[in-house]
Design a protein around this ligand. Structure first.
Ligand SMILES: Cc1cc2nc3c(=O)[nH]c(=O)nc-3n(C[C@H](O)[C@H](O)[C@H](O)COP(=O)(O)OP(=O)(O)OC[C@H]3O[C@@H](n4cnc5c(N)ncnc54)[C@H](O)[C@@H]3O)c2cc1C
Length: 374
């Protein structure tokens, strides 16, 4: 049993940024309960996927998010600066390829450069997680604890979590920050007393951004496509990948990645090996025979991740209003707030949304009025 002022549920970007923000305000009596053994949530790197070695030579490749847009995501840009992380522009120089149908060869067309540019973080997006984790008290982060139940037991909220062996633990806190997707909260956590019905429906109907997606990465010793004046970017109506980009580390290994267009429910019936073979064949069709012999390949299907996606996310559209952060009245008001990215008004679903929602959530629970820990 543990007693703290604040409990944070989830150690993705929102949860770790919440802890970092609390510590900056001198508030040190918090706990983060994380269901997985690996921190970062949807921010994931090839170095952590299956214990594989770091083939990038530069920190790993992104299995989840790769880009942010500092030109308009200013709070996120400030955080990246504050954490002293290097950034670089997504490689987009050269022509792109279009695969319109299976009976036509890929077409070459002039590529376009995003403006403002999509930026990447040196060492991969996981550097952001590492940097936040290094700046907080690691003893406050408890891994392998899936929160299952929240019980209002005045003057505290009791959080009941479960480890992989099914053993349960109780933690008590004055306030709770839900740093996970709203749909997962509604699907995985029970509340006593129950949340207001309207709020529960809103949370349930909020798609978890990118939870239905899968990403394939192939690593090469050099970016050979650039020799032919290609940017590494492609769009395909043939598949299995529909959108392909250069994922090379600036001074490390070269790589290409693609988002699969095969729907999640169909992917679940195909073996990973078959999907990987089809992706490799597509890279050869697009970029030539040098693509046939990658040094390493990775696939990450987010729809299969129980701590990210539910069945409802398999056919997600992302077309819904941003849900309320917390109950406006009743016992849970001022006790509970959502801080995961989907609660962001400005950048819902994005990395910058996790920062925005956390800032709003901390303000809504009046965290800045709490006295620093003694
Ligand atoms: C393939 C992909 C590509 C993306 N590309 C981009 C991009 O380029 N740019 C961009 O801005 N965004 C992108 N995103 C979105 C971005 O990843 C998310 O916005 C961001 O990571 C959300 O962070 P979060 O902390 O709110 O949620 P999450 O990262 O989902 O973190 C939630 C945490 O809660 C934990 N958890 C879940 N259930 C429980 C429980 N019961 N008890 C305890 N812990 C629990 C999870 O394990 C997880 O660690 C992408 C996402 C994916 C999947």
């Amino acid at each position: 049993m543990q007693n703290t002022r604040i409990a944070i549920v989830g150690a993705g970007l929102a949860g770790l940024y919440a802890a970092y923000s609390l510590e900056k305000r001198g508030i040190k009596d918090y706990v983060i309960l994380e269901a997985r053994e690996i921190l970062g949530g949807r921010i994931a790197s090839t170095i952590h996927s299956d214990g594989s070695p770091d083939v990038s030579g530069d920190g790993g490749f992104d299995l989840g998010p790769a880009w942010f847009w500092p030109a308009f995501q200013t709070d996120m840009a400030r955080l990246v600066d504050e954490l002293e992380l290097g950034t670089f522009q997504q490689f987009e120089t050269g022509d792109m390829l279009l695969e319109r149908s299976s009976n036509q060869p890929p077409e070459r067309t002039r590529g376009y450069v995003n403006s403002p540019p999509s930026m990447r973080i040196a060492g991969g997006m996981y550097s952001l997680i590492d940097a936040l984790y290094r700046r907080i008290d690691s003893a406050r982060v408890v891994r392998g604890q899936a929160v299952r139940h929240l019980h209002m037991s005045e003057p505290h909220v009791e959080l009941v979590s479960e480890n992989a062996n099914g053993e349960t633990f109780s933690h008590f806190a004055e306030r709770v920050l839900l740093a996970m997707p709203p749909r997962l909260v509604e699907a995985q956590l029970t509340f006593s007393p129950a949340l207001p019905n309207e709020l529960a429906i809103q949370w349930r109907e909020t798609d978890t951004w990118m939870a239905s997606h899968a990403k394939y990465i192939a690593v090469f010793d050099r970016p050979f496509w650039r020799d032919q004046g290609l940017s590494g970017e492609a769009r395909s109506a043939v598949g299995p990948m529909v959108e392909i980009h250069d994922a090379s580390a600036p001074e490390g290994k070269a790589a290409l990645f693609g988002f699969l267009g095969v729907p999640a429910d169909i992917r679940s019936r195909v073996s990973e090996r078959e999907l990987m073979t089809a992706c490799r064949e597509q890279f050869v069709r697009l970029f030539g025979s040098q693509a046939a012999t990658p040094e390493a390949v990775f696939i990450k299907d987010w729809a299969q991740e129980v701590h990210t996606a539910t069945v409802a996310d398999q056919r997600a559209t992302g077309d819904h209003p941003v849900p309320a952060l917390s109950p406006s009245s009743g016992v849970w008001a001022q006790r509970l707030t959502g801080v995961g990215s989907e609660w962001s008004q400005e950048f819902t679903g994005y990395l910058a949304g996790a920062i925005d929602a956390t800032n709003r959530g901390l303000a809504s629970l009046k965290i800045n009025q709490l006295k620093p820990s003694g």
